[in-house]
Ligand binder design. Structure first.
Ligand code: AMP
Length: 578
């Protein structure tokens, strides 16, 4: 049966967005009212004594701020099969597995039809703006999408990643075809049980349809870079498959083989052309437009913890435009990228005031002692100030009320009366030993600075993470690097010193000076170590396209720490601080 393609009236979608953002405060009140009316019978809300009130003031007075751990007992009961109205007015029948990469284990979060509808709204909105500036025609998309392992909870509920929940939905499929165009890979590849085999076939399908590909997509930049790094290793095998019309024996899953046999036919001319194009490249610069000459852009989340992959992505994309996808989480969507022509470094997300109720906890920097503290008075969506940073709190249609997502955002401006947010970092990813506080962004900046020394040797940092080692006295920062080749001990020692000097937070600098924090340690891990970490998360239920490398690995995450420890090839301690 042919799947339908949704028709999107771009002008109407933009007009609707303009309307809801013009009076964002009123829309927020209405949205909260709707959420609380739909879920008024939920035990959680009943116990808090709202008694049917739906205004923001009563809501804030009765309902506390919570984090995932506060809601875990409720979520656990749902997962265990309790079908009473626990968090929502209708029983939850599906769970999403959020990546939970920082905590080391995936978390369950409720998923329902309303969340599905908000996903569609956000996708339609950003598409409308994107298509105005970068129109796509009737071609195909190379989409690096994968399904996650399916869990059945104790109570019999399906639990997969939110993206898998979304990709499986028929209505969504028809929308995806409209906004991303037809995926060049068959469903058997997307939903295959082995992501490496799926990735190989995604690449193969892309090459077979290379003239028709209009865009390259994955949820996060990491999996696009991962895909083309893999391409560098397997391209000749891919060409051979096209030449002979026979799928490589590395693909063993029968359903994938069967589906690919429908697509793969001997095409020596195409194989030869791809071979020539690849051989003509210098260090794979411009690989994506070389393979897909009609591609208009590369699309995926490119901000936040994806920024470290931008350099490599730009290298592969050459002159092709990079557009960051929207901002959301398994818990719920937040904002759409309505300025697609901005480079990813400047990308912002305009909050959609009718997809949830949003609050913002100011995150102030106390200049005197350089300690970050939270002023516990959340502001409403339209009360935030340009230039300020906040921790975001969401209330969703899927049973989360005043839920601290753990993300820090900065208000960059307003679209009508709704704020445009820049994603800053995860709030809990702090390297801290005593009075020092370094965020994910601080770590990223230090790594970028030190990696410049490697670039002089034509080497790059493939991936990185960190750990606070307090098993020694004094404690010290440990940075793990996987690099693309062999660097001399001298260069690595310089990188290590540079990393140490590049953390400029006053708490860190003063502690280092008096040796209250010991010399920074750079541990170089063997090639493939971060693949092993990815494999570990995939076994836990994460999907490749939702994977984010944990940038700080705590002692609770002992499996990942063990993988890192087992793969250390060399280590260096910084010398001569100050
Ligand atoms: P997950 O838990 O797998 O659903 O991932 C959700 C998290 O991914 C969010 O809380 C953010 O930390 C991050 N994220 C999602 N969208 C973006 C974006 N556009 N830019 C940066 N980070 C994002």
């Amino acid at each position: 049966m042919l799947e339908k393609t949704e028709t999107i009236d771009v002008d109407q979608v933009i007009a609707e967005f303009e309307t809801v953002t013009k009076d964002a405060e009123k829309i927020q009140r209405e949205t909260l009212k709707k959420i609380l009316e739909e879920n008024g019978s939920a035990e959680y809300l009943q116990n808090l004594g709202l008694n049917g009130r739906t205004d923001p003031e009563s809501f804030k007075a009765c309902v506390p701020l919570v984090s995932h751990s506060d809601l875990e007992p409720y979520i656990r009961r749902i997962a265990d099969g309790d079908t009473s109205h626990i968090l929502t007015g209708k029983a939850i029948t599906t769970m999403s597995l959020s990546s939970g990469t920082s905590q080391g284990k995936p978390k369950f979060v409720p998923f329902n039809d309303e969340l599905m509808q908000t996903s569609m709204q956000i996708y339609r909105t950003s598409f409308a703006f994107r298509n105005k500036e970068f129109p796509i025609g009737n071609g195909k998309a190379l989409q690096f999408i994968y399904s996650s392992r399916q869990f059945i909870t104790k109570g019999g509920l399906n639990a997969v990643t939110a993206t898998t929940n979304i990709y499986r939905n028929l209505q969504f499929k028809s929308l995806m075809k409209a906004i991303l165009s037809r995926c060049c890979s068959p469903d058997e590849v997307i939903f295959g049980p082995d992501y490496q085999q799926s990735l190989y076939c995604h690449l193969l399908c892309g090459l077979i349809s290379c003239e028709e590909i209009q865009l390259v997509f994955s949820t996060f930049a990491h999996s696009i870079v991962h895909a083309f790094r893999t391409f560098e290793l397997v391209w000749e095998e891919l060409c051979a498959d096209i030449q002979e019309g026979v799928l490589s024996s590395r693909v063993t899953v029968p359903s994938i083989r069967a589906a690919m046999s429908e697509i793969l036919k001997p095409n020596p001319e195409l194989a030869d052309s791809i071979h020539k194009r690849c051989s003509g490249l210098s260090n794979w610069y411009g690989l994506i437009p070389t393979l897909f000459p009609n591609a208009k852009y590369v699309y995926g989340i490119l901000t936040g913890s994806m920024e470290p992959y931008l350099k490599k992505l730009r290298h592969y994309a050459g002159e092709l435009h990079l557009i960051s996808a929207d901002y959301g989480s398994s818990e719920g969507w937040i904002g759409a990228n309505v300025n697609p022509s901005l480079p990813p470094e400047l990308a912002t997300y305009a909050v959609l005031p009718n997809i949830g109720y949003f609050e913002f906890l100011p995150l102030k920097q106390n200049v005197e002692d350089q300690v970050l503290y939270l002023e516990r008075k959340p502001l409403g969506l339209t009360e935030v100030k340009v230039g300020e940073e906040y921790e975001i709190i969401v209330t969703t249609f899927a049973g989360l009320y005043r839920y601290q997502l753990g993300d820090v955002v900065k208000v960059m401006g307003f679209h009508n009366s709704t704020p445009e947010l820049k994603f800053i970092c995860r709030s809990n990813l702090l390297l801290t030993i005593n009075i020092d506080k370094n965020t994910e962004t601080d770590l990223q900046l230090s790594v970028e600075t030190a990696a410049k020394l490697l670039a002089e040797e034509k080497l790059e940092v493939v991936d990185f993470t960190s750990h606070v080692d307090v098993s020694t006295d004094p404690g010290h920062y440990v940075i793990f690097w996987e690099i693309s080749g062999d660097a001399s001990a001298e260069i690595l020692q310089e990188c290590c010193n540079c990393l140490d000097r590049s953390f400029i937070d006053a708490g860190y600098v003063s502690s280092r000076k008096v040796n209250a924090i010991g010399p920074l340690e750079l541990r170089i891990v063997q090639r493939g170590t971060f693949h092993k970490i990815l494999d570990h998360y995939v076994t836990l239920g994460s999907a490749l396209n939702q994977f984010k490398t944990p940038r700080c690995v705590g002692t609770a995450n002992n499996v990942v720490l063990q993988i890192l420890a087992n793969n250390v090839a060399k280590n260096f301690f910084s010398t001569a601080f100050g």
